[in-house]
Design a protein around this ligand. Sequence first.
Ligand code: SF4
Length: 422
Amino acid sequence: MTGSIPIRVVDEEDPSSSDSSAGAASANDLARMMRPGPLQLSALPPLSLYIHVPWCLKKCPYCDFNSHARAEGGELPERRYVDALLSDLDAALPLIWGRTIQTIFIGGGTPSLFSPAAIDRLLSEVRARVRLVPDCEITLEANPGTFERDRFRGFRAAGVTRLSIGVQSFDDRHLEALGRVHDGRQARAAIEEASSSFDTFNIDLMYALPGQDLADLEQDLAQALATPPPHLSIYHLTIEPNTFFAKYPPALPEDDLAYQMLDRIAEATGAAGMARYEVSAFARAGHRCVHNLNYWQFGDYLGIGAGAHSKISFAHRVVRQVRYKEPNRYMEKAELSAAVAQSTEVRRSELAFEFMLNALRLKEGFRFTDFVERTGLSINAIASPLSEAEAKGLLARDLSGAWPTDKGFDFLSDLQELFLGD
Ligand code: SF4
């Protein structure tokens, strides 16, 4: 993680990291987080809860998430993992004392591999420990396999309010190339079931797939938008290091074709009444993802579960944490109230870039008051790159805030880089 000051780093592979000392270090960390420091935040930002479930039926060849193939025919350790999550949450409570959770996102991995009963117990126990806002958005990621679709109503009854379905494509050829375990028919059935069980849901769709041309994309779009879903997340397939595709790269569409595909997606979603409110997110009115908005608005999030990341603000500092990644190791550590593998303080000099990296993904950009409140910096800290971005036509502003122009959205990394600093 760039731009961070280590507070305590525990080597995941170091067997000498004693559990009792990790617990003691945690209390020590808390005192360090509360003491005077480089920032003066006038208020703490909204806080969300992220819960990671690290298992999938099989590992997709493009995936670099912390996800692990479920052992063939093996049972998932549902009960033990939920217990570990709750111990992890208990140990983290002092860091968020008195704060209200705005949203919950259960992501993975494939959380829909867990039974509705396990999700019900998890959410009930979370509610017993932290205060949630009324009508708290609670999202669960689900895959479209038949086995999972039959559970959608159970998830709704457990308190999940929003489903995020990993459709990726409706074309069986492309699904096979992506190593997905579902087919187009199952994807359509899952959407139908989600729309009858949930008031709001998301479809994940990927483009620039191996062998995909514009006509293929049109077909995927036509099916995704046949009854426009409340929310659509669009991802450009990229080859990430340490994946199967990095080792055996498939032939992907050229960049020009990928740009044409994205233009086409923007046109078709607009025509279907969906607004592109974030660089990769499209929503009908009233269906934006509040949880993801909080990330992009540089809000706080407590992440529990294997490999989960957190960002938590205190009066005088902003801290990032990472949990142990490997599921068994995570459970062992969480059971000892020592799930945090790494805790780092974001440097004052990096806060402006971290804020802008997120905020510039939003069509509406950000308000200057939020920048000041969430970074503890004066708006002068970004005066020069703001002017440069405006002069290049990448950004527009008024007296209260700034937002990326259409050109800024098209050249988002160029725009973000202007705020990188020296
Ligand atoms: S289902 Fe999702 S999280 Fe699981 S391996 Fe595939 S892409 Fe990764």
